[in-house]
Design a protein around this ligand. Sequence first.
Ligand code: HEM
Ligand code: HEM
Length: 130
Amino acid sequence: MATAFIKIAAIYLLIGISLGIYMGIVEEFEYTPVHAHINLLGWATTGLFGVIYHVLPEAGNSKLGKAHFWLHNIGSFLVLFGMILFVNGEEGLAFPVALTGALAVVAATLVFIVNLFKNAKETQPRRRQE
Ligand code: HEM
Ligand code: HEM
């Protein structure tokens, strides 16, 4: 799943920095928490999972790695969507959406931890090709 995590993280980065530039140009900052979490949860955290799974391929290629990918991404999307609803004044709907997303992200993190402890193996340093 390493590549999938890294690819989706790059898409989050594009959306996150585009929103950042837009906020700067129009000088309206109410979407700052959305921007911050697209970049930090979407790009930084998701990308880091990708790099970790590249370093620990047994964990990355396991069923738990796949479950982690879907839970984390569905959860992150719901957190971000909930934050957008919140900024738009839809508090009633924002709360359950964001909470469901946040619980999914926490569940994904638990899956990540179990996956690491169960499947991560020390990788041998690669020999240089002569
Ligand atoms: C082209 C790239 C980017 C632009 C133009 C941009 C723009 C902005 C703007 C205009 C704000 C609001 C500042 C304010 O409210 O005073 C902001 C806040 C923030 N940005 Fe970015 N940003 C960019 C990239 C990133 C990246 C890559 C990350 C993280 C990996 C990031 C993380 C944050 C965070 C955490 C905040 C909230 C800071 C706070 O709480 O005061 N940004 N950004
Ligand atoms: C389930 C995942 C997460 C949830 C539900 C969540 C929720 C929140 C909430 C409710 C705030 C306050 C926003 C406000 O004051 O307007 C916040 C702020 C912040 N969070 Fe998160 N967060 C999550 C994950 C993360 C992660 C993974 C990072 C860093 C890697 C992070 C970094 C920050 C930062 C830097 C701020 C301050 C940004 C700002 O000024 O808007 N969060 N978060």
